[in-house]
Design a protein around this ligand. Structure first.
Ligand SMILES: [Zn+2]
Ligand SMILES: [Zn+2]
Length: 337
């Protein structure tokens, strides 16, 4: 099968992705083999290619926003039939036995395996997953190209939303407006939540307003019209955390969505931190994924996307790095069927 691999991390301009021929993997036990039809490209894939995150496996096939059809079954796989549509997210495996798994917080499982990072992912024609970690998309109304980005920004956004403890009728602030914030905005507006969005990008301001944001601006220079009940913070800019907190009410939750951050300094504890809760999004959970797929089905959560052909993946990632993508996300269409 054809696959893009990362063996040596380097800037995307220098070509860390290599197109290779790999043997088609064979499913064992409860595993299923998935013929990938679509795979979203994520900023995390860029970090993996460029070395912002060390490689966990070498070489690795990136890609963790996978939609495809079941193509072969391991001898003990019972959940799906050949031809069924399934999805695969970042969460590829958890042990089911540790204290975190047992209490329903599998995202903290120390034995976690992540798609396109600890195991090969979706920048290849085929991939393997244990059947209980695949999402059942047989009856979902969205197209596969719209479901692919649900697998990462959609599910991650829902996780952040749950952590924020925001309720109907309240005010939510967000800093940064990528695809994750887009899905959050769509869901929040369906729940009568007032949403304020801080972004530097004029294009993102336009999209945010188009989908119902109640305020757009730049928190680095101006305050929100009102202090908010919850705040979801995406960038790695630690110096802006206190600005975010300064725009929250006591009892508010600040959710940090980044995987890395520059130093965070709080100068005015009493005004800005006292009484607030700070949480971080850490990996993903299947139960939230299932919940969000239902929401996406009900709300018909499509997204502006750029369709990329398999051979154009490196070029697409270069455009992602340069902020030149056409739409909110990029999805590889494998041209199957
Ligand atoms: Zn992702
Ligand atoms: Zn576990």
């Amino acid at each position: 099968m054809k696959a893009w691999i990362v063996e040596e991390q380097k800037p995307i301009e220098e070509g860390p992705l290599k197109l290779v021929e790999l043997p088609i993997p064979e499913p064992r036990g409860r595993e299923i083999r998935v013929r990938v039809t679509h795979c979203g490209i994520c900023r995390t894939d860029l970090h993996i290619a460029e070395g912002d995150i060390p490689l966990s496996k070498k070489p690795v096939v990136p890609g963790h926003e996978i939609v495809g059809v079941v193509d072969a079954l391991g001898p003990e796989a019972r959940r799906f039939k050949i031809g069924d549509r399934v999805g695969i997210s970042w969460l590829n495996y958890t042990c089911g036995e540790c204290k975190y798994c047992k209490r329903g917080e599998e995202n903290y499982c120390p034995h976690i395996k992540r798609t396109g990072y600890d195991v090969d992912g979706g920048f290849a024609e085929y991939t393997i997953i244990r059947e209980d970690f695949a999402f059942d998309l047989r009856r979902h109304s969205l197209s596969s190209e719209d479901l692919a980005p649900i697998m990462c920004p959609g599910i991650t956004g829902h996780f952040a939303f749950k952590l924020s403890e925001i309720r109907e009728g309240e005010r939510l602030g967000m800093l940064g407006f990528g695809p994750t914030a887009y899905y959050l905005l769509r869901v929040a507006k369906s729940m009568d939540i007032e949403v304020y969005i801080s972004t530097r990008s004029e294009e993102h301001k336009r999209v945010a307003l188009q989908y119902g944001a109640d305020w757009v601006g730049n928190l680095a220079h101006q305050d929100f019209p009102h202090k908010v009940d919850a705040f979801i913070f995406f960038p790695t800019a630690g110096h802006l955390v206190e600005r975010a907190l300064a725009n929250t009410l006591p009892a508010a939750t600040l959710v940090l969505g980044a995987v890395a951050m520059t130093p965070i300094t709080i100068k005015d504890y009493t005004s800005n931190l006292w009484g607030r809760r700070i949480k971080t999004v850490y990996q993903v959970r299947r139960d939230y994924g299932i919940e969000f797929l239902e929401i996406a089905d009900k709300l018909k959560l499509t997204i502006e996307k750029e369709i990329v052909s398999f051979n154009d993946v490196p070029d697409a990632m270069l455009r992602l790095k340069r902020g030149e993508i056409n739409g909110m996300v990029q999805v590889i269409d494998f041209g199957v069927e």
